[in-house]
Design a protein around this ligand. Structure first.
Ligand code: FE2
Ligand code: FE2
Length: 142
């Protein structure tokens, strides 16, 4: 693991964060019905939340000597609230997996500050995953 490789990996993470923020923005606007209203309430704080993650990662890329990749990824869309939640859970599971790996890689790089920041991101994405999984289980009752 060297700084160049870490910059590349963090840029992938930035792309994932922008994708999540845009996905949640789209779903917040389009989620239908009463179930959709519940999803809207959960996603509302996560739109700026995921962007906040991208801000932190972009700053780190620059401090490592790189350029942040802020290309806008294509956003996958879903019709039903159930499909939206299923997709969002996949996004969060992938984020947890990526940040867990990235924290180990930051340790390899000898950057303990970054390791802790990435562990915190992994913890936040775990909370998102859990919140959405709870919603997936409870939404049947609506
Ligand atoms: Fe995030
Ligand atoms: Fe998240």
């Amino acid at each position: 693991m060297d700084e160049k490789k870490m910059i590349e990996l963090l840029n992938g993470d930035i792309q994932h964060e922008i994708g999540a923020a845009l996905t949640y923005l789209y779903q917040h606007a389009t989620a239908p019905g009463l179930k959709g209203q519940v999803l809207r309430d959960i996603l509302a704080p996560e739109i700026p939340g995921e962007l906040q993650h991208a801000i932190m990662l972009a700053d780190k890329v620059v401090s490592l000597g790189g350029k942040p990749d802020l290309a806008v990824p294509a956003v996958k869309t879903q019709e039903t609230v159930e499909d939206m939640i299923t997709y969002d859970i996949e996004l969060e599971i992938e984020a947890v997996k990526n940040y867990t790996a990235r924290a180990d890689q930051a340790e390899e790089l000898g950057d303990l500050g970054l390791k802790v920041q990435l562990e915190n991101l992994a913890a936040e994405e775990s909370e998102h995953r859990d919140m959405l999984q709870r919603l997936a289980r409870n939404i049947e009752a609506l």
